[in-house]
Design a protein around this ligand. Structure first.
Ligand code: SAM
Length: 215
């Protein structure tokens, strides 16, 4: 795998494009600048990697659009060494961005082929995370609580188990809606366990499967 001047140039242009689209967190933009997004694509499709669009990764799933990754990551507001649960590892790209931010990452993927591929790639790239294969719609109770939870698939509602697994002063970012369109939600838990839900723009994600997903 090579990260040539051409790829770096495409990546710089993508980062500028994200700024133009309203992403303001330099911390998030710097993390995304560090991750060669084309590594998460088959080499035949590398030229697609720096366009702001979602792309198929096999198994009927997608790598999220860069502006969506940037927006979710900005809302999540990760601080170094925070314990982060990611539901929907997919290609592993969002995981790499979270790891560049210094997250202590727990990531879970439902599809075994994608789980194996993403884990192998991230390990090969030198990233260290806790990888799981299974139904993340109920979270990962054994390692809870989490300072941050990010869901990268469309949930029909905010899963109760994820709210329970969020630490006091924790933040969860999750797209909630039907299978056409979902509203990005940020769930904030205060020191006392009180929940506030903030709502943002609409997005279109692949469905969250499993017990607290679309089954
Ligand atoms: N964040 C990913 C990336 O950067 O490539 C994109 C994720 S893709 C939009 C959504 C992923 O969620 C798919 O890989 C899908 O298999 C996974 N998924 C769906 N339901 C799940 C569940 N209940 N638990 C864990 N993963 C799930």
């Amino acid at each position: 795998m090579t990260d040539s001047y051409l790829h770096k140039g495409w990546r710089n242009a993508l980062i500028q494009n994200l700024r133009n689209k309203g992403i303001y967190s330099e911390t998030v933009l710097t993390a995304m600048q560090k991750v060669p997004r084309h590594y998460f694509f088959e080499s035949a499709f590398w030229e697609h990697a720096y366009q702001d669009k979602a792309f198929g990764i096999g198994e009927g799933q997608t790598i999220s659009q860069p502006s969506t990754v940037a927006f979710q990551t900005e809302l999540l507001d990760v601080l170094p060494s925070q314990k982060v649960l990611e539901i929907g590892t997919g290609s592993g790209y969002q995981s790499a961005v979270l790891l560049e931010l210094g997250a202590n990452l727990y990531t879970i993927e439902y599809n075994r082929k994608l789980y194996t591929k993403a884990r192998n790639l991230l390990v090969q790239l030198g990233y260290k995370a806790h990888f799981y294969c299974g139904d993340g719609s109920e979270g990962l109770a054994n390692y809870a609580p989490y300072d941050r939870i990010i869901v990268t698939a469309a949930a029909p509602k905010i899963p109760t188990s994820l709210i329970q697994q969020l630490a006091p002063e924790g933040v969860m970012v999750i797209p909630v809606g039907d299978n056409q369109q979902q509203q990005m939600c940020r769930v904030i838990k205060d020191k006392t366990g009180q929940i506030t839900i903030q709502k943002y723009a609409d997005f279109a994600f692949v469905p969250l499967l499993g017990k607290e997903g679309w089954q």
